[in-house]
Every structure is written in structure tokens, then in C-alpha cells.
Design a protein around this ligand. Sequence first.
Ligand code: CA
Ligand code: CA
Length: 501
Amino acid sequence: MSTIGLILLLCAVLSGVVSSNSQTVHKRFEYKFSFKPPYLAQKDGSVPFWEYGGNAIASGESVRLAPSLRSQKGAIWTKQPIGFDWWEVDIMFKVTGRGRIGADGLAFWYTTQRGDYTGEVFGSSDRWNGLAVIFDSFDNDNKHNNPYIMAMLNDGTKNFDHKSDGTTQLLSGCLRDFRNKPFPTRARVEYYLNTLTVYFHNGLTNNEADYELCFRAENVVLPRGGYFGLSAATGGLADDHDVIHLLTSSLYSTQQAGGQQISNDEQQKLSQEYQQYQQKLEQQKEEYRKEHPDEVRDKDGEFDDWFESDGQRELRQIFQGLGQIQDVMRDLHKKVDEVIGKQMNSLSMLTAVYSHSQGQPLQPTQPGQVPQMPALPITRQDWEMMATNNQIMINTIAELKGFMIEVSRKSDTLLAGGAGSAPSPQLLNEMRDGLNQVKQTVASVAQRMAAAPPVVAEPMCATVSCVSTTTLLVVVTCQLLVMFLYGLYKERKEAQAKKFF
Ligand SMILES: [Ca+2]
Ligand SMILES: [Ca+2]
């Protein structure tokens, strides 16, 4: 085994020890079913644990499955079949071309047999047995629905229908553009407990958190012991199809993972070996530089990479800005989702409370769903505040009632005082004076009448008043009545004035 291969092995085992410890799924990196830069391909061009063919070319940094030339096909396959049931594969790739439209596309395979390098389906064999996840660039059926990502299961009997882009055969898929992105695009294919999930990273950022769900399919049964493969093909139109890494992890449930632990002694031994091999690698590098001084000088030239042109800088800044905007948008999106969720909750509660107060039975929102009376969001504090307010209102009403009773009583007193109270002494005096005046007048009239001779009574009428006694009495009575009423009116006025001032 080569030095680099061994280093990969040790890295893998060590990273396997530190396997992710999510609730139930345990993950272990599988170096024999993975490749990644640097030193992806060795000096002789071979990729450890993998074999490739057709027009595929492997370098230290990537595998070019099909170059941007017409009618190219290439593929890379694992040498060994997969020995575990559940797995996750992360593929980082770039599909780039100068054309606005590209062709044909790229495929990830898990099949019982390795495909032919001259096959008809995106650089591999038709009538495969297993799974294909296809990244179809070219829109054969002209329905404007490409580039498209899809999965197709085959039991070795079906031919892929290129004319319809496999529309009628696919298991599931999603419309995503994966061509000509500023950063490499990525796909994560997960097969765990018969559920197949494909996530996609659109390459607009290099943020690890930007994977999004493409599709999830349940009850997927794949044959055991298949091979992983990647293939690509070009047609009349052509893109470069480069794969930068393929990282495989096996997935285990908690019980399965129990038997996979490595003892401390083994761990120590492995890390010692790792250190030794790293030293050997450094020695080899040093020797290589001595043997190839020209290339060493070229290496020094790599410092040119430290500088960038104005255009590159501008682009980098634009991408950084876009990345930041996207981060903000993602945060906003999350927050808006939260707010909408809360609002929906409040709305449903309000609806429930309203229908309850209207005496209507609660309606189930969906058939078969049991209607539930949601709990009111009223705290103890709210209840106490409401009770206090109620008490204040009761007190105010009581005060108002007392005030009104008092007003009523006073008005009654006023009315009663006006109608039945005894006249004041002043009024009585005035009345007495008035009466005395009347009496005097009557007396003087009577004297005059008595003093006058009866014979001259008739002629006297010409010089003295000729009113009769009855007329006189009526006049006097009227005068008295007017005075009495005036007295009453004055009394009431004074009483009112005393009340208000
Ligand atoms: Ca197509
Ligand atoms: Ca199409």
C-alpha cells in the first residue's frame, strides 16, 4: 500500500473514532469509499481504492469525468463493494461551460455491478440494478425544466428514457441549476433505514450550512453490496464535469455502533503510526524537491496566487457581499417563519374562543382531526388586574348612587320648601302692613260715607268716588292676593340663592 493511501487510512480511522454522536445515528468516515484533495490522484495518476476509465482524468485536485469536448464519456468506480447497509455520500462537483446551455450531465451510482465506460446513460451503463442520482443539464424534452436533479431506481430491466429526460421513470427530484456557480456545488445523498434523502448546495456560497432539501423518498430498498460510482457525458454541447471530492460515511444506529468502538491501546498505536507516516511523507517531499529543482522554483511562483487582479478582487467582494446578504436573508426567513407560526397559533386560539362564545361547536380544521380548545394565554397577573378594575368600577358606581340620592333628596326639600313652608316674619310684616293699609282705606271710606247727609247723597256722587262696596272689596282682595304671591316668589328666590352661594 502506498504511503498516501496509508495516511488516508489512518486519518479515516482516527476520524471514525471521533464519530458524530447525534441522537441515534452514528457516522463513520469510510476512507476506502472516498477521495478528496490534496493528493487525490497519485504520481502514476491512480486514485487509491478507485478505478476510472473512458475520458476521465484524475489530478491531485479533482477528477474530470468528462471534459468540455463533444461526445465524451467517463466514470470512476469503487474497487470494493460496499459492506454496510446505511450510508451518506457527500459529492462536491463543478459543471462549467462557456455555453448558456450545457450537456449532458453527471450521475452518482449505487449499483450491484460497475457500469461500462461506454454506456449510454450519462457515461455509464443502462439497465442498471440499483440507484442513480442524475444531474441532467440538457433539456431533451424541451419542457424548460433543466438542469434537473433526480433519482431513479432500476432493477436491471428498464432503459433510461432520454427523450423525456426520465420524467415518467424518476423516483423523485428537484429543479436546481448546478452549472457555472462561483463555488463548487454539492450534493449529499443519504440512505438510512430505507429512506433516501438528497440535499443540494447551490454553490452561491461556500457556507457549509447552505444545504437544502432536494427530496426525500421512503420505503426505498436497494440491493446489498453495491458499488459507488460517478460518471458524466457530453453530447453536441459540452461542459467540464469535475468532481472535487466524494466522502462516504457509514451510518449506524446506537446499538450497531456499540460494537464499533476501538480500544485505547489500538487508538494510541494508530496515532503513532500516523506520526511515523507523516514524517516519511515530509522526507519524500524534501527528496522530490531536491530531484526537481525547476518545479521547486515553480512552487515559489505559486506566491503569485497570493495576489489578485482588480477584476478578481471585485468579483470576490461581490461574492462576499452576496454571501452576507444571503446570511441575513436566511436569518430573516427563520424569524419570519417563527412570527408566522406564532400568528397562526394566536389566530386559531381567537377563532376557537370566538366560536365558543357564540355557542357554536368547535369545527375541526381538517377532516379526521379532533377539535381542541386551546388554552387561553391569560396569566394569573391578568386575572388579578381584571378583578381590581372590577372593584374600582363597583366603588365608582356606589359613589355615583350616593350622589344621586343626595341630589334627589335636596330637590325634594326644595320642592317641599316652595310648596308648604311657613312664610317668613318679613313677609308676614309686609302682609300686615298691606292689610293695615287696606283697613285704613276702608275705615276712611266708611267714615266719609257715614259723615255725608243722606239727601245730598245722590248729588255727592259727582264730587266723590262712585264705586260700590262690592267693587271695592274685589279690588282689595286682588291686591292682597298679588302681594301674597309676590311674597312667596321672593321667599323661594332667596332660599335658592342661599343654597347655591
Ligand atoms: Ca437530458
Ligand atoms: Ca427536460
